[in-house]
Ligand binder design. Sequence first.
Ligand SMILES: CC(C)(COP(=O)(O)OP(=O)(O)OC[C@H]1O[C@@H](n2cnc3c(N)ncnc32)[C@H](O)[C@@H]1OP(=O)(O)O)[C@@H](O)C(=O)NCCC(=O)NCCS
Length: 167
Amino acid sequence: MVLTIEPFNKQKHDRSRFCCGQDSLDHYFRKQASQDLKKHISSVFVLMDDSQTSVLAYYTLSAYTIDISSLDTALAKRLPRYPQLPTTLLGRLAVDQQQQGQRFGELMLVDALKRALITSQQVASLAVVAEALNERAVNFYTKYGFHPFRHHPMKLYLPMKSIAALF
Ligand SMILES: CC(C)(COP(=O)(O)OP(=O)(O)OC[C@H]1O[C@@H](n2cnc3c(N)ncnc32)[C@H](O)[C@@H]1OP(=O)(O)O)[C@@H](O)C(=O)NCCC(=O)NCCS
């Protein structure tokens, strides 16, 4: 099976049967993603296999800012005292239920981190921020080195410096 990760194109990619088990992520992908793409609110990337029938997984990336006070003190003290700092938001990441457990989530996460790192060489970004919908998703991101924000345990970040070291 040859896998490709490509920008979402509603003419080409069939998302009608996509189901990851989280209604809000399924609904977003079916009803909102192409509008957000068109309006430059989110970039959407999909995982396809060589049969190109339906989408196996998707993620979204957007520019984002965070409040310096939300970071843990060890990281915050090394940063300038600007109230808002630039980051990259991994707003959504989902794998179709029938495809879960085959490391597609990891593949998509690594692709998103690499893409965020490359983009940050042109438009600076301090970290990738992920929003987890539940405790299991928090565990998934924590596994890859993400840290929770001080007052938002469902929101996590991975410093771009750590991402650069990964690649
Ligand atoms: C969470 C999700 C993206 C993981 O994708 P996946 O393809 O099933 O996971 P992978 O096969 O890549 O697993 C990679 C590792 O993460 C672990 N993992 C997978 N799903 C996990 C979860 N929900 N919680 C904690 N760990 C998880 C796996 O056990 C594996 O760990 P290992 O290296 O110790 O074996 C997928 O289950 C999903 O789409 N869930 C529903 C939507 C969701 O919760 N999205 C998260 C963002 S809000």
